[in-house]
Structures are given as structure tokens and as C-alpha cells.
Design a protein around this ligand. Structure first.
Ligand code: C2E
Ligand code: MG
Ligand code: MG
Ligand code: MG
Length: 276
């Protein structure tokens, strides 16, 4: 009987695994199709500079439009795209689209910084610098208005390749931002070693900073760190006026979050900027 139960358990688990593999394979196929059918879109979320009361920049965030018109969130498909390599193509599309849109806004008198998320997989591509250079040349975007958001996990690898890539980007005049700062496994030593321009306080700290003293202390420490190191600072996930006020009081001036605007299509963003 024990043997029987054991066998059942094994087949139960393998059925589950088989199911997971099937689901994954289906999503994989769907993603390839979506690329062919141009089902990916770029949304833009404002970054608001409270010191000058203006939208100073936008973050480009990819969206996948399903056949039924609904949106599939990047949290659902970016990890798979990183595994199956399609993040390279998707990431290229996002950077091209965002730079072209940026140039359009710049020509309309809105000198916004354009921030684009870059996956570690992209950053580790040997031809990544050439790609960025080509996008800058083809779009005509001012290099100093392009900002690449990377996560701490990239820097945890701490390889010479990553260092060389970031230094090369720096030479291209592009800014480097650390996304979700404070959540990754990392040592602060990388702030000395890598050419970083911006820290983005992770939204988890901002969310609870007014109710949890520990989160408040972390936000305070990151603010001081940015000031001491001469880095620009952006708070993510600002949802209320109270959070914005508290951040301002600590010296953080640039805010990103639903309180200032949700990620939205370029046309909506243009309206918000008053250029449509
Ligand atoms: P992220 O780069 O940290 O982007 C911020 C995320 O927080 C976005 O989620 C945004 O919609 C969300 N957010 C902004 N303000 C608020 C707020 O006030 N409250 C809350 N609760 N959330 C807020 P989204 O667009 O779903 O993207 C999730 C993640 O997917 C991004 O996190 C980024 O890591 C990744 N991602 C998005 N687009 C791309 C892309 O083009 N390439 C790559 N490699 N990754 C991307
Ligand atoms: Mg980001
Ligand atoms: Mg983030
Ligand atoms: Mg994130």
C-alpha cells in the first residue's frame, strides 16, 4: 500500500510538472506570435520634479496587448522572456520606441528624460553598446536625456564585462539608474565601483514609510546616501500626497507613482504634457 501511495504521489507530481511545462510552452508560443503581430506597446509613467513643479521625465514600461484587448503585465511575461531570450527583441523594441517618442516630445519643447528598463540579459549581450549607439543615432535623441534602469542583481555579478559595459554607456553620455534600490542582494561597495547616476528608492519602502518606522529609516538612509554620493534620487510608488510631503521633507525631489500619474499610452502622456 505504501508503495502504491508513493507511486501515486510520483505520478501526481509529474502530472503537475507536465502541466507547468505545457502552460509555459503555450505562453512561449504566444509570445513569439505576439512579437510577429506587433502586440507589444510602450506605456509611459511621469516622473515629477517637485522642485520645479514639472514632469521632468518618463519611464517607459512595456505592455502586451492580448487578442481580447486586455493587457498582460510585464511581471507575468518578463521572467519568461528572460528565460527564452525573447527579452532581447522586446527590449530592443521598447528602447527604439521610447527614444523615437522622446525625440517627438523634445521637438515639442518638452525636454524629458527618457528612462528605459534594461534586463541583465540585454546588458550582458556583447553587442549591447553598439545597439544603444545605433538607437541614439537613428532616433536622434540627446544622449544625456536617455537613462537606463538596471537592477542591483546585475551589479552583484560584479564582472569586468558589466563594469566595461556601464563605463562604455557612460562614455556615450547615457545615465545609469539603479531600480528598486535597497531590495537586491548587493553590497554598497558597488556604488563606488560602478558609474551610477541615479538611485530609485524601491516602492516597498515608500508604501509603508508612514506606518513603519523601519521603512522610514531606510528611506531616510537612502536619501542621505544619494546626497553624500551626489546621485540623483527618484522615489517610486508614491501614491499619496502624504508620502510625497514626507519624501520632500527628507530632501527627495523627484517622484514617480500613481499620485502623479499611472503608466499610460503616448497619446495620453502627450495630453498630460499639454502637447497634443
Ligand atoms: P519597475 O521598473 O520597478 O517599474 C515600476 C513598476 O511599478 C511598474 O510596474 C509601474 O506600473 C508600477 N508602479 C508605478 N507607480 C506605482 C504606484 O504608485 N503604486 C504601485 N503599486 N505600483 C506602481 P509594471 O509596469 O507592471 O512593471 C513591472 C516591472 O516589469 C518593472 O518594474 C520592470 O522591472 C519590468 N519591466 C517593465 N517594462 C520593462 C521593459 O521594457 N524591459 C524590462 N527589461 N523590464 C520591464
Ligand atoms: Mg524601472
Ligand atoms: Mg522599480
Ligand atoms: Mg520592480
Amino acid at each position: 500500500r505504501a508503495k502504491q501511495a508513493g507511486r501515486n504521489r510520483i505520478s501526481f507530481f509529474s502530472a503537475e510538472i507536465e502541466e507547468a511545462i505545457r502552460t509555459r510552452h503555450t505562453l512561449d508560443q504566444k509570445m513569439r506570435q505576439a512579437i510577429e503581430l506587433d502586440r507589444f506597446e510602450v506605456f509611459y509613467q511621469p516622473k515629477y520634479d517637485t522642485a520645479i513643479d514639472t514632469i521632468a521625465g518618463v519611464e517607459a514600461l512595456v505592455r502586451w496587448r492580448d487578442e481580447d484587448g486586455s493587457l498582460i503585465s510585464p511581471a507575468q511575461f518578463i521572467p519568461l522572456a528572460e528565460d527564452n531570450g525573447l527579452i532581447i527583441q522586446i527590449g530592443r523594441f521598447v528602447m527604439r520606441t521610447a527614444c523615437l517618442q522622446g525625440v517627438k516630445w523634445h521637438s515639442q519643447g518638452k525636454l524629458l528624460r527618457i528612462a528605459v528598463n534594461v534586463s541583465p540579459i540585454q546588458l550582458m549581450q556583447p553587442n549591447f553598446i553598439e545597439f544603444v549607439r545605433a538607437v541614439i543615432a537613428e532616433s536622434g535623441i540627446s544622449n544625456h536625456l536617455l537613462e537606463l534602469e538596471i537592477t542591483e542583481s546585475v551589479l552583484a555579478h560584479d564582472t569586468n564585462t558589466i563594469l566595461e559595459t556601464l563605463n562604455a554607456l557612460k562614455r556615450e553620455g547615457v545615465s545609469i539608474a539603479i531600480d528598486d534600490f535597497g531590495t537586491g542582494y548587493s553590497s554598497l561597495a558597488y556604488l563606488k565601483r560602478f558609474p551610477i547616476d541615479v538611485l530609485k528608492i524601491d516602492q516597498s519602502f515608500v508604501r509603508d514609510m508612514l506606518v513603519d518606522q523601519l521603512d522610514m529609516s531606510i528611506v531616510e538612509a537612502i536619501t542621505m546616501l544619494a546626497k553624500g554620493l551626489g546621485l540623483r534620487l527618484v522615489a517610486e510608488g508614491v501614491e499619496t500626497l502624504e508620502q510625497a510631503e514626507a519624501l520632500k521633507a527628507l530632501g527627495c525631489k523627484i517622484m514617480q507613482g500613481y499620485y502623479y500619474g499611472r503608466p499610460q499610452p503616448a497619446e495620453e502622456m502627450s495630453k498630460l504634457l499639454g502637447v497634443s
